[in-house]
Ligand binder design. Structure first.
Ligand code: F6R
Length: 242
């Protein structure tokens, strides 16, 4: 695991975006893995700027989001379908037809999750997976105790995750209780991983992910198993690293 510690959150976004851009430059129809949440927003803003300035072309880029809430209509402003469209597809200029998000509104969620795995495989797999980490160590919505071999499936959100994400909803009770998420096994299949974390609230999770034992109690520690995992953090998120 390569750990890069930078002075500011802005630099974290810039360095992680440079990594993603280099993958796209090498392979114009690259398959990106997209995370939602606050952490990767600086990456998407940087990629959007590269596209605007003509330094990067993304017409052929394909993408698969990590996760989606269950129980929200797809057009709800906080569904990850909406969030990905608003924060990635539109500003970066990805072709909407090439951007995929798990279906959390499917009548048969198990079948939809299996179809998502097939779609990723049929695309040739993910070239570079962008990740954030939850304060409890989750990646995607793989909460503590998730199997390292897990694939896309329905999960129950941990109380801590629902509390952390309540900022996006009118009331904490409005945060969905379930989600569909790529599994840790799915994430580990990506050819490269780039995880970003900033701020003091992530310091414990970053410590457990980078220096803790490999443990399903910190799903992020699965990155220790990956040959090409890059963790980019600011000094606040790195505060507990030895
Ligand atoms: C969501 C996802 C989550 C977030 C994590 C951190 O797609 O993958 O694992 O990355 O909850 O969220 P933020 O960045 O909002 O602190």
């Amino acid at each position: 695991m390569q750990v890069v510690i930078l002075p500011t959150a802005a630099e974290v976004g810039r360095i992680a975006a440079a990594k993603v851009a280099s993958v796209i430059q090498r392979r114009p129809d690259a398959v990106l893995g997209l995370a939602t949440g606050s952490s990767p927003l600086a990456i998407y803003a940087d990629l959007a700027e590269r596209v605007r300035s003509g330094a990067l072309r993304v017409d052929a880029v394909r993408a698969f989001a990590l996760d989606e809430y269950v129980g929200l209509p797809l057009d709800h402003p906080e569904s990850y379908h909406s969030v990905i469209r608003r924060t990635v597809t539109k500003p970066v200029g990805l072709a909407p037809g090439l951007v995929h998000v798990p279906d959390g509104a499917a009548a048969d969620l198990d079948a939809a999750a299996a179809d998502y795995e097939t779609a990723i495989r049929d695309a040739g797999g993910v070239d570079v997976q962008i990740l954030g980490i939850g304060a409890n160590g989750h990646i995607g919505f793989n909460e503590p105790t998730s199997s390292f071999a897990s694939r896309t499936r329905i999960k129950t959100l941990a109380p801590r995750t629902r509390a952390d994400n309540a900022r996006f909803f009118a009331s904490p009770d409005d945060v969905p209780r379930h989600c569909v998420t790529q599994g840790l096994g799915t994430i580990l299949d990506a050819r490269e991983l780039v995880l970003v974390a900033t701020g003091p609230a992530k310091a414990d999770a970053v410590h457990a992910m980078v220096e803790g034992p490999l443990s399903s109690m910190c799903p992020g520690s699965a990155l220790q198993l990956h040959p090409h995992a890059m963790v980019v953090v600011d000094e606040a998120a790195a505060a507990r690293l030895e």
